[in-house]
Design a protein around this ligand. Sequence first.
Ligand SMILES: [Cu+2]
Length: 99
Amino acid sequence: MKKLILILLVLPAVSFAQGTNVINQKGRRFIPAEVTIRQGQSLTVTNNDEFIHQIYSEGLFDSAERRPGQNIVEDFPRSGTFEVRCHIHPKMKLIVHVN
Ligand SMILES: [Cu+2]
């Protein structure tokens, strides 16, 4: 049983290693809270929470609200480090490094 739990925990990490840029919103947090992508790549943010979320990044985008189970896809056209936040939950913070 312990082995099964370990496998379930490791699986999301494997999908990130393969270049799937997916961030989860869960427990009023971004998971993972920091990600590195390449310039021009997009980021998919999935609301896996019990709450409505949205995302914004100063000067880049300010999305509509998303219900649980819904996705937001945003592009990062410039390189740099960006802070992504949620208007509804000011403590939520995601750092995106764009190379
Ligand atoms: Cu939120």
